[in-house]
Design a protein around this ligand. Structure first.
Ligand code: K7E
Ligand code: RUQ
Ligand code: CUA
Length: 648
């Protein structure tokens, strides 16, 4: 016993050392074979075959690459302000970043999930999570802009999110940090076991509009949810969540939180939860959370604060939740394309357990339980286990599938991708990554229909892959061709922020729906100006509203007088262009709210409170025509009591 314990402690300590000091893999080698250039070359003027949506981690953004070229196409601000897009600066977009804590313009974005129909990517929306101030966002793939953000109450460290069901019925969000819930949350931290709870939020998605609403929350034991995936096919109706810290320790140093030999995968029967919900078994709980939506017709966003959530208690409603023991600190939790196999990845484990959905169902039916954990039945490990992949590598994190019966798992500690066969659990191939891979992605690799052309590694550490750029180096993605039996490294490309999960989709599916411009005659912004002849300046008390237009290459009006110190000036600029890719910029000297960028057909508003008298120039910042440099104007600010009339 004692020596067992000692050995396992030793193993933990040495694993921890490697975790902390992950370095160049010992199977290193720069094996890029002869035809890599040919395989990744996309000639000038040609399109890529895939869009690759890559999470930006602590940048709070989502970046979009073309594959196989690795060319950066766009960075989409979600939980961040971004001068390149004007997001978070205009009066119209600011409410998107509102929360119950106020304006929170920075978050930590880890996971991407493309919407699905019948278990296949449908190219309509992509969902992403904000970890820090718990939020889930929907990005519209017509516009490549953030369309909606919903905050999550009773949550902290929203990591197990935003995974979706096969018809995008729900987006789920499991909390990583359990927190005290209810009226009094000012409790001793040492009372974790009594007072701290985990939650899983089920956010329903409107089939037609993509609109999000918080359908219900499951109140769970105070474990830490890490990742999840929905069942599909035969397991549709279920959701699987990895959880660690089953010790429910309030300090996660290894000695507290990784003592147990096994943590859990939580299996949730969400169809059952829906039945209970319909039968009125939920309880209403008072909470506060923001729900922000951007409307692409009025080009405005609004933020609503909501104050109620329906909560279901799986300790009472017994047949919603079951726990499956899973070796040490599970991280990834992935379901294969058939929906039968559930792969858990213990990041401190040296094997990969594969669970069988059929066996899990039998174990539940026969009540083959080893006991209960905080009121939730625990299924016996062996009774749900299909088998274990033995000695696959060190520190398994995430698994994607190729749809041909194989799985590809990332190994952080041994810094490699390992390909293995699901049926016989045999390792088939391994490829080193530079260095310390986190997530990996196969186009459609977590759906029913993967497109097994490439696997992309998203690495944590770059070291000697690129030219040095000071103390911080570009993060690295690596593209492998997997069309043959062996993985072949064909390209490195840098990414924005820190990449966690990423997904790729056939370009055709998305490109055909791309918005080229907004229709001016459909613009319902309350401050729209449809045509230069309608441009005007209106005073309402100390508020001056400038209803302006822009078109190549001038603003109307472009000379404004009669503004006084103490006024608030609102520039409502409508871009009259009805053509693809003709935005105009709008910048006012010294304006503390910076600038605008206005898409064709759109209206955006800049609020400016002049702080001194004088004449202030404004101009267009986006090179739009040969006369772009002429696209400018002046606004005159006079003393508070002056009688200069309003002219324009
Ligand atoms: Cu593995 Cu936040 Cu998905 Cu990163 S997490 S690696
Ligand atoms: S100008 S085309 Cu400011 Cu030289 Cu840019
Ligand atoms: Cu408009 Cu430059």
């Amino acid at each position: 016993m004692r020596s067992d314990h000692f050995t396992s402690r030793l193993l933990q300590v040495s694993m921890a050392a490697v975790l902390l000091y992950a370095c160049k893999p010992n199977n290193a080698g720069n094996a890029v074979s002869g035809n890599a250039a040919e395989k990744t070359y996309v000639a000038p003027g040609k399109y890529d075959e895939f869009y690759n949506f890559v999470s930006g981690g602590f940048s709070g953004q989502l970046s979009v690459y073309g594959l196989p070229s690795g060319r950066l196409l766009r960075v989409i601000p979600v939980f961040s302000v971004d001068p390149e897009k004007g997001y978070g600066y205009s009066e119209e977009s600011k409410p998107m970043l509102n929360t119950s804590h106020g304006f929170v313009p920075w978050d930590d974005l880890h996971h991407t999930e493309l919407s699905q129909t019948n278990g296949e990517i449908d190219g309509r929306w992509i969902f992403v999570n904000g970890n820090n101030t718990p939020r889930v966002a929907r990005v519209d793939l017509k516009t490549f802009r953030t369309a909606e953000i919903i905050e999550l109450p009773n949550s902290a460290g929203n990591h197990s999110s935003p995974f979706i069901t096969e018809n995008t019925e729900y987006v789920v969000a499991g909390t990583r940090f359990s927190v005290p819930v209810g009226d009094n949350t000012d409790v001793p931290i040492s009372s974790y076991k009594e007072n701290f709870k985990g939650t899983i939020s089920f956010i329903s998605v409107d089939k037609n509009t993509g609109g999000l609403s918080l359908a219900f929350q499951l109140e769970t034991p105070g474990v830490n949810f890490d990742l999840s995936h929905a069942g599909k096919g035969p397991s549709h109706g279920w959701f699987f969540f990895s959880c660690y810290n089953s010790e429910q320790a309030n300090t996660l140093l290894e000695v507290n939180a990784s003592q147990r030999d096994k943590d859990f995968i939580l299996a949730v029967n969400w169809k059952k939860a829906e039945e209970y919900l319909k039968a009125g078994k939920g309880t209403k709980k008072a909470v506060r959370y923001a729900h922000n939506t951007y409307d692409e017709t009025s080009h405005t966003s609004k933020s609503e604060i909501l104050n109620e959530v329906i909560s279901l208690d799986p300790k009472v409603l017994k047949d919603i939740c079951y726990l499956i023991p899973c070796p040490k600190s599970p991280h990834g939790c992935d379901v294969d394309p058939s929906g039968e196999y559930i792969v858990g990845s213990g990041k401190l484990a040296a094997l990969i357990p594969v669970f069988s959905f059929t066996k899990l169902q039998q174990a539940i039916a026969n009540k083959t339980f080893e006991g209960e954990y905080d009121g939730i039945p625990v299924v016996k490990y062996e009774s749900a286990l299909y088998g274990e992949v033995e000695k696959p590598g060190l520190g398994p994190l995430h698994t994607e599938f190729d749809g041909k019966g194989n799985a590809y798992t990332s190994f952080f500690v041994s810094s490699e991708i390992v390909k293995w066969n699901i049926k016989d659990l045999k390792v088939l191939d391994r490829a080193p990554t530079y260095y310390s891979i986190g997530h990996l992605c196969i186009p459609g690799g977590d759906t029913k229909k993967p497109n097994a052309k490439y696997v992309i590694a998203y690495n944590k550490i770059t070291k000697d892959r690129y030219l040095p750029t000071g103390p911080e180096l570009a993060q690295s993605a690596q593209l492998f061709d997997i069309s043959g039996d062996k993985m072949q490294l064909i390209l490195d490309f840098p990414t924005i922020g820190e990449p966690h999960y990423a997904q790729a989709v056939s370009a055709d599916l998305v490109a055909k729906n791309s918005t080229k411009f907004f229709k001016l005659d459909e613009n319902t912004n309350p401050y729209v100006t449809k045509g230069e002849s309608n441009a005007k300046v209106v005073r309402e008390g100390n508020k001056v509203h400038v209803y302006a237009t822009c078109i190549r290459s001038h603003f109307a009006p472009d000379n404004i007088e009669g503004v006084k110190l103490g006024d608030e000036v609102y520039f409502h600029i409508t871009n009259l262009e009805q053509d693809w890719d003709i935005p105009h910029g709008f910048a006012v000297k010294g304006a503390n709210n910076a600038e605008l960028l206005i898409m064709p057909g759109e209206t955006q508003t800049l609020k400016w409170v002049p702080e001194k008298t004088g004449v202030v120039p404004f101009y267009c910042t986006d090179f739009c025509s040969a006369l772009h440099q002429e696209m400018s104007g002046y606004i005159r600010v006079s003393p508070a009591g002056s009688n200069i009339p309003l002219t324009f």
